[in-house]
Design a protein around this ligand. Structure first.
Ligand SMILES: *Cc1c(COP(=O)(O)O)cnc(C)c1O
Length: 398
């Protein structure tokens, strides 16, 4: 299946609700879930033709499945990409977006402020395959410039970053990456496909954890890789087919439903997050509040330039001590302690002891992840209830 021309004339919200929908012979309203591992052939010759790629059809759900294709096509319409592959998780998407084509002896340059597992992939997994990796401070263009003096295959970054909410200049890094011969791979999870369009800013490949805002309701894992048809056909497709990171059709169906309401949800996430950020910034108990939408954010101007909204994550520093951060989190009654984000329920995380525990104290200091640092993923509850909950927890934290 491919995206049809009339679907491309639709505005974003229509694409989110209807893009990629293909009805079966039963003419169902909602997208069907094809929970099948394989597909049958009338004649042995048909199977032969399918395996020779002489006909386009479904063969095996590790390669492709009708429900997954509806999700992939809807994601293409949303991102403005030519092709997409759905994966079982965000990490499967991030790993496949690089491991499918970067070879031993080649080089990858990445930013330091990354989701914990993404950093681990760069510093531990890829070097084990003979891929040289270099880590730079993503906000410092001079460091990118130096690192990209050598020929490089891929540049990997995340903006806004998790959990420090650093903003990286996508246009500038894309130019430097291309001069070094590299493809720019962007993990766009924090921005969501709605608030930032990396492909328009020069990126070549975009990776998502669909577990976050695309589902957004805490139900399932998923991921997506988007890029040109040439990238997907020539670089990604064989790796995807033969190593098996594919998504369950059931999850593709859940995520199709997630996309239908994503714009409404992300709008509310951003509005609530802005209210909580302003509230926290005015509180004397809070050492520092970080939110790209606040004028006090060191890269607010850049965020305003390359994003159309500032996202759902707000961070606060309660002044160095883990005890105080834990007292605050344990006193929260409405906001749950959990390491997920982008969920309809507001969630609090202590990165230093959870998501970023493994990277070591020195690296954490470098990233501004102090022991008093708390990440709040602001959900869809009434912002006044969230404020009241945070206020009473701050008081209890002392
Ligand atoms: C969650 C997340 C991932 C990994 O996604 P999973 O679905 O948990 O595998 C990668 N990058 C970022 C920025 C994330 O927030």
């Amino acid at each position: 299946m491919t995206v049809e021309k009339h679907e491309k004339s639709w505005r974003p919200q229509t694409r989110l609700v209807r893009g990629g929908t293909r009805r079966s012979q039963f003419q169902e309203t909602g997208e069907a879930i094809f929970m099948t591992s394989g597909f049958v052939y009338d004649r042995a010759e048909d199977a032969e033709a399918a395996f020779k790629n002489e006909v386009e059809r479904f063969i095996y759900s590790r390669y492709g499945n009708p429900t997954n294709e509806m999700f992939q096509d809807r994601m293409c319409l949303l991102e403005g990409a030519e092709a997409c592959r759905a994966t079982a998780s965000g990490m499967a998407a991030v790993f496949a977006s690089i491991a499918s084509w970067v070879k031993a002896g080649q080089r990858v340059v990445g930013s330091r402020a990354l989701f914990g597992s993404c950093l681990y992939m760069l510093t531990d997994i890829l070097p084990g395959y003979g891929i040289e990796t270099e880590i730079v401070d993503g906000t410092d263009l001079d460091q990118w410039r130096d690192a990209l003096k050598k020929p490089t295959a891929a540049v990997f970054l995340e903006t806004p970053s998790n959990p420090g909410l650093e903003i990286i200049d996508l246009r500038a890094v894309a130019t430097l990456a291309h001069e070094a011969g590299a493809l720019l791979v962007v993990d766009n999870v924090f921005a969501t496909p709605l608030l930032q369009k990396p492909l328009e800013l020069g990126a070549d490949i975009v990776a998502y954890s669909a577990t976050k805002h695309i589902d957004g309701q805490g139900r399932c894992m998923g991921g997506a890789i988007l890029g040109t048809k040439a990238f997907v056909d020539d670089k990604l497709s064989a790796f995807y087919r033969h190593t098996g990171p594919s998504m369950s059709p059931f999850n593709a169906w859940v995520l199709l439903k997630g996309l239908e309401t994503m714009e409404l949800r992300v709008e509310r996430h951003c509005a609530n997050a802005a209210k909580i950020a302003a509230f926290l910034e005015a509180r004397a108990e809070v050492g520092r509040t970080l939110y790209p939408g606040l004028e006090s954010h060191p890269q607010h101007a850049l965020a305003a330039r390359q994003m159309t909204g500032f996202g759902s994550v707000v961070c606060l520093d309660l002044g160095g001590s883990k005890d105080r951060a834990f007292r605050f989190m344990n006193a929260l009654r409405l906001v749950d302690i959990s390491n997920n984000l982008g969920d309809s329920k507001s969630l609090a995380t202590h990165p230093a002891t959870t998501t970023h525990q493994r990277i070591g104290a020195e690296e954490r200091v470098h990233l501004g992840i102090t022991d008093g640092f708390v990440r709040l993923s602001i959900g869809l509850e009434d912002a006044e209830d969230l404020k009241e909950d945070i206020e009473q927890a701050l008081k209890k934290a002392g």
